[in-house]
Design a protein around this ligand. Structure first.
Ligand code: FAD
Length: 386
């Protein structure tokens, strides 16, 4: 892990990190911003944009160079998700799932053969998805009902997954199923399922409140045959794959939320300097200045928590509590800051011609996916109280 220079403070970045973050933000400003409204309205991310994200290198941040990735740190992935979410949190989550869940799980749990087979394509063209949730099992994820039955050449998977991010774009899915429901969480196994495996279909795409451009789909597994070589980790150890990747994924959602809050704050500061009431810019009213000061303070605290959790992860230190704390706090900050943005835009904040209405809708998801806020509180309480 690179040493953090305390002279630059706890949110200080090394030169390569700052250059990387700035280049991702410049890309987002140039290539994503002009399409944000259209992508939201059409609930769609064009493939050309995804190809540009691959070309930029943000779809394979931690994948080793030998497999075609950037070979950078988890912290770099967090910076990329933050910078993209400052412009569009839908693109932020696409990149987040690809890096912090899918590539991460393959690098940690994949056999050498799996890594050789899948990492180069994840680095260059293949979008990944992570399929744990089902209609009846969300917070209680290990109560999942998707069955994996052993067959001579591998496993046969039957069941349905719900709410799967990147479902429309993905060609590779990490699917969690149980080899033995009676064993409880000890039956859970992670499988790598390719989109064109017989018996696998992507179903309905959800019509959502926010992050509308990001696809959220149902997956259908109807006697889907998965070769034995596509078991990720060990049979019956899928719960470990899920727990460990989601612990890291939560930091990525924290990054999405601070990016969103920063984006809302950027728009608001520009707007209140322009908008005049009572003969002066509304930014000149102390009541408004104090609201902005409080939002910036909230955001600074959230960023400290997200960066700290990511640095701990890269340093190989325990970070479970910090990841849960950063997710709950930054998602609340994102909602507060986006709400203030709508307030300070006045009537213009309530219409789609201005960008903050969308950010307000987008903020809500931070308190729901990768573990609801109540589940984060449960994790934190368990760490504190034992
Ligand atoms: C846009 C979107 C994208 C998603 N992407 C993915 C994805 O890519 N992959 C994936 O696998 N899943 C994904 N999910 C699913 C998401 O992780 C779940 O929705 C989430 O974990 C909550 O599960 P649930 O919806 O079943 O709610 P429930 O678990 O039914 O929870 C409902 C309410 O009850 C509360 N609750 C539940 N249990 C407790 C408890 N023990 N104590 C206190 N309160 C409790 C919850 O906090 C919540 O407020 C996505 C969801 C959405 C909406």
């Amino acid at each position: 892990m690179p040493q953090v220079n305390s002279v630059h403070g706890l949110t200080g970045l090394h030169e390569d990190e700052a250059l990387f973050r700035d280049s991702v933000y410049e890309f987002a400003d140039r290539e994503i911003r002009p399409h944000v409204r259209e992508m939201d309205e059409q609930a769609h991310i064009p493939r050309q944009l995804i190809d540009k994200l691959f070309a930029l290198g943000v779809m394979a941040i931690e994948i080793p160079e030998g497999h075609g990735g950037a070979g950078a740190s988890f912290f770099h992935a967090v910076l990329a998700v933050e910078a993209l979410s400052r412009v569009d949190p839908s693109i932020g989550v696409l990149v987040d799932v690809q890096n912090t869940l899918v590539a991460n799980a393959l690098m940690r749990w994949g056999s050498e053969a799996i890594q050789r087979r899948y990492l180069p394509s994840l680095a260059t063209r293949t979008v990944g998805a992570y399929a744990l949730s089902e209609a009846g099992s969300g917070s209680d994820a290990f109560a999942l009902g998707t069955r994996a039955t052993e067959a001579p050449d591998g496993f046969v998977l039957t069941g349905r997954k719900l709410w799967i991010t990147n479902g429309r774009e993905a060609d590779l899915f990490i699917v969690f199923a149980t080899v033995n429901p009676e064993e409880g969480y000890r039956g859970i196994t992670a499988f790598l399922v390719e989109r064109d495996f017989p018996g696998f279909t992507v179903g309905k795409k959800e019509d959502k409140l926010g992050i509308r451009a990001s696809s959220t789909c149902e997956l259908l597994l109807e006697e889907c045959r998965v070769p034995r070589a596509n078991v990720l980790g060990d049979v019956g150890k899928g719960y470990k794959v899920a727990i460990e990747t989601l612990n890291e994924g939560r930091i990525g959602i924290g990054a999405q939320m601070i990016g969103l809050a920063q984006g809302a704050l950027d728009h608001t500061i520009a707007y209140i300097r322009e908008r005049k009431q009572f003969g002066k810019a509304i930014a000149d009213f102390q009541g408004v200045q104090f609201q902005i000061a409080r939002a910036a303070t909230d955001l600074e605290a959230a960023r400290l928590m997200v960066y700290n959790a990511a640095r701990l992860r890269d340093a190989g230190q325990p970070f479970l509590k910090e990841a849960a704390m950063c997710k709950i706090f930054s998602s609340e900050v994102a909602e507060r800051v986006a709400s203030l943005a709508v307030n300070l835009y006045g009537g213009y904040g309530f219409v789609k011609d201005y960008p903050v209405e969308k950010l307000y809708r987008d903020a809500k998801i931070g308190q729901i996916y990768e573990g609801t806020s109540n589940l984060q509180l449960q994790t934190i309480a368990k760490q504190i109280l034992g």
